[in-house]
Structure formats: C-alpha cells, structure tokens
Design a protein. Structure first.
Length: 403
C-alpha cells in the first residue's frame, strides 16, 4: 500500500474522531477486514489492492459532507451525498481496475434500506465488503471486543445476513473473523497488521497521477474550514507556477506540488471551533493552531524515503531569523524549497479573503511580503521573484496544472 494513501487515511481518521466520535484507526481496520474477506473470496493482485485502497479511503468525503450537513439533520439525502462525493473523489486516483460504486454504495444494506435503496445483488462486491466491515466496526468498535464475546458477535452477524449484510459479505466476514484477526485489530497492533496484511505498492514520484492525488488531499483539507476553502489548492497551484518559473523538471515540480498539497494536513486534527473563529485568536487558541505543523510532520513521517517533501511541507511557518515555529529553525537550516513554501503560504493567506480582511490584490499583498523580507523573516530574492510571477494572477485563482 502506498504510504501516501496511508497518510490520507490517518488524517481522515482524525476527522472522524473529532466530529463523529469514531474510534481510532477505523479506516485501517476496514482495510484489514476487506483484505481478509477479499482473499477469502479469491480476490487478488491489483483488484485486491484497489479494494483495500477504497476501504482505507471510504470516508474521504467526510470534511465535505460535514460542511454540507451543517445546520441540517442527518438523513439519507446527505448520507447519499457523502457517498457520491467520496466516489467522485477516488475516481481520479490511478486504480488498475474498475472501482465503480465501491464507495458510492458503501452505506447500502442488503434489504434496500440504504440511502440509494439498492438491495442485495444490485451493488458491487467491493461495496458489499466495505459496507459490512464499516457497519460492524462503527457499531461494535472491534478493537475493544474481548475474545470471549466473539461467539455472540458472530451470531449477530449471521442473524443479519440478507437483512443488512449481503450473503457474500456476511459469510465472508464470518469466515475470516476469528480470535486471531480480532486481536490483530487492536490499536496497539493495527500498524503491524496493516503492513503485514495489505497488498504493497508504491508510486513513482515521476508519475503524473500524483497531481490528482494531491488535488484530492488539498480538497479534503480545505473543506475542514469555510474560511480557507481554496487555500491549500491555491498554494499547490502557485507552487507549480513558481517551479515552472525556476525551470524545475517534472519530478521536482510534482514533488513540490505534493508538498504544498500536504503542508496543512495537520489542520485536520485541529478543532473547527478554533479554525472557524471569525475574530482574533487568543494566546491559547494560537498555541492550538501552531500544533498543526507538528501533526503534519508526524503524519508525513510514514512517507519513508521522501524526506525533502516532509521538510518542505513541515517548514512553512519557519522563518529565516529563527522567529518561526514549531522548531525555530534559522536560515542555515532552511533549504530553498522550504523558503519558497513559506513565501507562497504567506502570499496566499494575505491575498485570500478571510473574516478579518478582504481579498487583496497583488499590489496590496506585496508590501506585506516585502516588509517581512526586510525584517529578515523570509527570503527577499524569492519575494522579488514572486512579485514578477504572481502579478498576472492578481485577484484571480491560479488554475490547477494539466499534464
């Protein structure tokens, strides 16, 4: 399993815990269960990898769904939207086979009581397996089930076959859910379990498919707050434009773009009450906001072998004079792309509309960056370059790169 997918799944887990009171490692348990059920049913190779990836990302539309649902009662209409958006999001990812309907129908029930009223036999096997694993874990928190209770759990699953569980999914779940698998789902073992049981694949950093993956990550992050709906995506797009200006090759452009898309992933762990506060943050709230960088670095550490991307994403609030956070790095510790990320992040934050300031033009934005450069906080050469490059995008959104 590509580390990037695992990073995204872990971030989604944070959102579920924060908003829905879900248990930790929910997505990973769904993936492990689906891998076991899939193998039992003879699914293998790329088809199994696709199933497990969809299982990990089955709730990828969670931040968009939460925003859509604000002020409304939870009902089938909005649950259906959650499924539709989730399917739309994963369709851009580089799956080898057909994953149509896997996430779209993952809340369907065999008796036709899901949001789309699809009964058994009318939605794909991948959706049946994800639905079964998701349902049983949400209701029972499998990492907390004692082995002595497993027979009762199995009885309940068997009683629900052809009602909520389809025959294929329910019987597969019964076939694989033994004491050994149950124990492997505990929080202190799930990391080892997922490495051992989930098909392994890695994506080449030269693969253009990383661009839509980065777009998906940016969309999920940006929908955490109504105030920063396009913040991450625009930073990624601006990073691409600057990389082209500097003559980067395709691999370097993709890596910088990915770092930009990931730079605020730690904000998924920050309470929305802090992110959405329309006025100035107090000292305690600001300290909470600052922890998003720590969360970002901790999440990205799973991307072994991609140290530069981790650094560029995690250093965007550091300053050349050591006044930044969280590590107080100085100029000698910040490479060019880390400095570039800091400048792009500031430019976007200053120029986009926020509750405490209107959208600013390029000519209104640049004096703020020039002042920071003059005081030694950010790189003056990069600021001069951005003044030249970004002028043509004044009061405009930068388009996503097309490969």
């Amino acid at each position: 399993m590509d580390a990037l997918i695992l990073v995204l799944a872990q971030a989604l887990d944070m959102v579920e815990i924060s908003y829905l009171g879900a248990s930790t490692n929910h997505g990973k348990r769904i993936a492990v269960l689906c891998a076991a059920m899939g193998r039992h049913l003879g699914i293998k190779g790329d088809e199994l990898s696709d199933l497990v990836s969809c299982a990990l990302l089955h709730d990828n539309a969670l931040t968009e769904f939460i925003l859509l649902q604000q002020g409304r009662e939870e009902d089938a209409v909005y649950l259906g939207a959650h499924c539709e958006i989730g399917q739309r999001n994963v369709e851009v990812l580089p799956f080898k086979g057909n994953i149509s309907g896997y996430i779209h129908f993952h809340h369907e029930r065999a008796n036709g009581q899901g949001p789309f009223k699809m009964s058994e036999g009318y939605y794909p096997l991948g959706a049946e397996l994800i639905a079964a694993a998701d349902m049983i874990d949400v209701e029972r928190h499998l990492q907390r089930i004692a082995p002595v209770l497993l027979p009762l759990l199995r009885e309940d699953i068997e009683d629900d076959i052809h009602h909520r569980f389809t025959g294929r999914a329910g019987n597969a779940l019964l076939a694989v859910l033994d004491e050994e698998l149950l124990a492997s789902l505990q929080d202190d073992r799930i990391e080892e379990t997922i490495r051992r049981s989930v098909p392994d694949w890695t994506m080449d950093m030269e693969n253009p498919a990383l661009v839509p993956i980065a777009e998906l990550i940016a969309r999920i992050i940006d929908y955490k707050s109504t105030f920063t709906r396009l913040h991450t995506q625009q930073i990624a797009n601006r990073a691409w434009v600057m990389a082209e200006y500097y003559g980067y090759n395709l691999t370097d452009k993709i890596q910088l773009y990915l770092a930009a898309a990931l730079h605020d992933i730690g904000k998924l762990a920050i309470p929305s009450a802090v992110l959405e506060k329309p006025g100035k943050l107090n000292d305690e709230e600001f300290e909470i906001i600052k922890t998003h960088i720590v969360h970002t670095r901790n999440l990205l550490c799973a991307m072994k072998g991609h140290g530069p991307i981790i650094e560029w994403a995690s250093n965007h609030h550091e300053k050349l004079d050591g006044s930044g956070y969280p590590l107080g790095k100085t100029a000698a510790e910040l490479d060019f792309n880390s400095r570039l990320m800091a400048c792009i992040d500031i430019y976007q934050a200053v120029s986009e509309e926020r509750p405490y300031h209107p959208r600013r033009s390029h000519t209104e934005t640049m004096p703020i960056l020039n002042s920071m450069a003059e005081k030694g906080g950010i790189d003056p050469a990069i600021v001069r370059d951005m003044d030249k490059v970004m002028a043509s995008y004044s009061l405009k959104d930068v388009e996503t790169p097309k490969l």
